[in-house]
Design a protein around this ligand. Sequence first.
Ligand code: HXC
Length: 263
Amino acid sequence: MSRPPAGCAKEIRTEAEGPVGLITLNRPSVLNALNHPLMEGLVGALEDFERAPSIGCIIITGNAKAFAAGADIKEMDHATTAEISRDPHLSRWDRVGKCAKPVIAAVSGFALGGGCELALACDMIVASETAVFGQPEINIGVMPGAGGTQRLTRILGKTRAMEMVLTGKRMTAREALAAGLVNRVVPVESYLEQAKKLAHEIAAQPPMAVRMAKEAVLKALDVDLDAGLALERRLFYSLFDTGDQKEGMRAFIEKREPKFTGK
Ligand code: HXC
């Protein structure tokens, strides 16, 4: 491997808790501003967990005060259009969105700009009561560039997304829950624990079925209904060649718990 193991980047911490891979953003003095080394480390860790057969679900988290307050403004303030468009930074958010395994964002405190977009690139969000989501880029002369205009609009609809993006106004955790942006809102003391609980539940499911189901749900956002239904049908059929389908159905008939092997 040409790059060092992902766990070596000091801007992130990684650990595996059984079948759950945990990635913690670790620049607390700047509210986890997402600079190049952090995002490079994050993608490396994500890819390591994605490859590891023992990992069934991944969590990305920050700390109680900040998930991430955006891309690092001090890294971009001098950039020209030509420089910023050559920069590989933005593709790292795309990579998170393309992870084959489920990814949960455990969010507390600020999730702003690129931080909000990082949470939106994940599949589910567990939020603490103190979480705030926003796209404040307009206030510093730019606009969302890592998926915010697209993913927020798909979740919130045009009118609410437009207001957030054009005013930079933040959304509280409760508002985010009402709008369908987050899966649940829990006390700040337990947001990581709740995210882990959800991750362990998913990691206990048959991995091929999880992978196919994730792919099908994501496709629903991109294609028309007929194409989505056709894909779903193909993926459904493909699962009948897995041992876990045989085991799952046999266990139901035999009135016992299934033992999934990922085969
Ligand atoms: C670099 C940042 C930062 C950021 C905070 N800091 N956000 N540094 N980039 N995005 C740093 C501050 O400079 C400060 O460092 C330290 O973190 C603490 O921040 P304070 O502002 O002192 O904290 P507070 O008063 O509590 O205010 C918190 C805040 C504010 C409201 C979140 O920091 C803020 O508005 N941050 C910027 C939010 C933002 O505009 N995000 C979008 C960025 S653009 P020092 O050294 O002074 O102590 C973006 C584009 C995405 O994300 C597209 C992909 C590339």
